[in-house]
Design a protein around this ligand. Structure first.
Ligand SMILES: Cc1cc2nc3c(=O)[nH]c(=O)nc-3n(C[C@H](O)[C@H](O)[C@H](O)COP(=O)(O)OP(=O)(O)OC[C@H]3O[C@@H](n4cnc5c(N)ncnc54)[C@H](O)[C@@H]3O)c2cc1C
Length: 527
């Protein structure tokens, strides 16, 4: 008899969440993580002494309130510090800021356009309504639209009914949002370029598309949802960095009895008669278990860890077609002092929120054009935070850490390799930001450049896609990761999936891990 009821491949925050729920239900669970620490893309690492980087993900917004509550995460010291403002400097020496204070934001937008300030209110209300309408879907297992099973039909009818109840206007707006580009959608609302560009950026994060690509308007909503509620009602920093979120989930999993092994890379899943019965590690060690749950992406799971003889050619083709193109990079800096922006000199609240280099839609679209043809953007879109302004434990006294999310950086380069061009990307990012904060080059103590290739090599993210697969409409809900297999089960009996590649997708939400565990527990009850 196997010692473990379940083995989870990968200690990303979703794998840990799945482990915690299974252990809480009394199952004997083992998590196997390839790296020396758990967390996957939600980690804090002290790359240079005293400076703590959230190496990959950097802000939290969508972490599911039910996970926080059911796993009692605050018990393990989870604290989210709200991130209130967005500040976008522009090349003409001006800027646009949006503050936590509603009236102040309105005045600031009115400084650029009185009609946009008015429209911003209405736009905000509409997005809140739409996000409220879509948000419940984050917590449900997608129904299978091709099935005649009464339960599936009921699930489908519930989703249909849910949307019908929105009323005519909202339903039409929702349809537009689902099909339009973020640029077109925002054009219907606003005139101010820098406002449209900064807002459109959340539609392209982690996706190999530009703001003028149809479908990006919906992704805009996906990112907007975190601004609404979640447990803490805002975007924020986890005190101690993003690794804190993984750490508290791991603490909860251990509390319920799960075992977690790091530096334990799974080489392949052991399968016999289309049934998974264990895993083999890189070291050759074999560990049997009744159930195997993969927290890694579908390409890695099915094209590397499962022998293709156990899968149908049709399924393998579906997995091959799954879009997982990397488009983003990170530059993490250790700073001797704070950056000084020409348009808003000195220290101030603008340094304690998100800083965005997104002066116009054309700027971002041109950044995408470079990537489309196989190069990183000459002038990239940057999303910057300085966590040490709110959480001094991230850097030595008087010093700072700066996290720069960079887009676009395509995984496939036309010229050269990423190890050869890594520092050139770093230079481009620093040159771009220095145009707005000229003291930057003089205050950099250390620089870490994380390319899509590094995300693949170090974090196991195929092609460096930050969401284990792009968040496009053709890869969401009952199509995530592929049609017919959106319920965390796979064509191999007893092999499940629980990572961001499953519904509801990427982001530090812990939703996939929870939903997968609940489905597994249902199956176990039936046995
Ligand atoms: C650069 C970057 C910036 C981001 N920014 C944000 C942000 O600000 N906010 C946000 O909400 N989201 C952000 N995201 C997305 C978010 O971090 C991810 O969607 C989320 O962390 C995915 O979690 P996961 O547990 O599903 O998978 P992962 O984090 O991918 O975890 C998978 C785990 O499996 C392990 N693994 C891989 N292969 C093996 C193997 N063979 N054996 C054992 N273990 C293995 C990996 O090491 C990893 O720990 C960002 C991601 C990146 C990369």
């Amino acid at each position: 008899m196997a010692k473990f009821d379940a083995i989870i491949i990968g200690g990303g925050h979703n794998g840990l969440t799945c482990a915690a729920y299974l252990a809480k239900a009394g199952k004997k669970v083992l998590v196997l993580e390839r790296r020396h620490l758990v967390g996957g893309a939600a980690v804090t690492e002290e790359i240079y002494p005293g400076f703590k980087y959230s190496v990959c993900s950097y802000v939290v917004s969508l972490l599911r309130p039910e996970v926080i509550q059911e796993l009692e995460l605050p018990k393990y010291n989870l604290e989210i510090i709200p991130l209130d403002s967005t500040f976008t400097p522009t090349p003409d020496g001006n800027y646009l800021a949006r503050w936590g204070d509603h009236a102040k934001t309105r005045r600031e937008i009115a400084r650029h356009s009185a009609t946009d300030a008015e429209a911003y209110e209405q736009y905000g209300q509409l997005m809140v309504q739409m996000a409220m309408a879509v948000k419940p879907l984050l917590g449900v297992v997608p129904p299978e639209p091709t099935s005649w099973n009464p339960k599936e039909l009921f699930g489908l009818a519930s989703v249909g009914n849910h949307f019908r109840q929105l009323g005519e206007k909202l339903l039409y707006d929702m349809t537009k949002l689902m099909t339009m580009s973020s640029a077109d959608f925002l054009d219907e609302w606003f005139d101010t370029e820098v406002l449209k560009a900064t807002m459109s950026a959340s539609g392209i994060i982690g996706t190999f598309m530009g703001p003028r690509s149809p479908g990006t308007a919906y992704v805009l909503l996906h990112h907007y949802m975190g601004e609404l509620d979640g447990a803490f009602r805002s975007w924020g920093f986890a005190r101690g960095g993003m690794g804190t979120i993984s750490r508290v989930i791991a603490d909860a999993a251990r509390h319920f009895g799960a075992e977690i092994r790091t530096s334990a890379a799974v080489d392949h899943v052991l399968v016999k008669n289309r049934r998974a019965y264990g895993v083999a590690l890189d070291s050759g060690e074999e560990i049997p278990a009744n159930i195997i749950v993969s927290g890694v992406d579908p390409k890695r799971t099915f094209l590397k860890m499962v022998d293709s003889q156990h899968l149908s050619p049709e399924f393998v083709e579906q997995i091959n077609n799954f879009k997982i193109r990397g488009s983003s990079a990170k530059v993490n800096l250790a700073l001797d002092a704070l950056p000084n922006f020409t348009c808003l000199p000195g220290k101030g609240p603008h340094l304690a929120g998100a800083i965005s280099i997104s002066p116009s839609i054309d700027y971002i679209e041109q950044a995408y054009d470079d990537a489309k043809y196989g190069d990183f953007s000459r002038r990239p879109y940057l999303d910057i935070v300085i966590p040490s302004t709110l959480d001094p434990s991230m850097a030595p006294p008087g010093k700072h850490v700066m996290s720069i999310f960079v887009q676009y950086a395509p995984y496939h380069l036309k010229n050269g390799t990423w190890p050869e061009r890594r520092e050139a990307l770093g230079d481009t990012v620093i040159d771009t930001l220095s145009e707005y904060a000229p003291n930057l080059k003089n205050i950099i103590l250390h620089r870490q450049v994380v390319t899509p290739w590094d995300l693949e090599q170090e974090f196991g993210l195929t092609e460096g896609n930050i969401f284990q697969g792009e968040l496009t409409l053709d890869q969401l809900f009952f199509l995530r990761p592929v049609a017919g297999w959106a319920k965390y089960r796979t064509p191999i009996n007893n092999l499940y999936m629980c990572g961001a590649c499953t519904h509801p997708g990427g982001g530090v939400m812990a939703a996939s891990g929870r939903l997968a565990a609940l489905e597994i527990l249902k199956d176990l009850k039936r046995i």
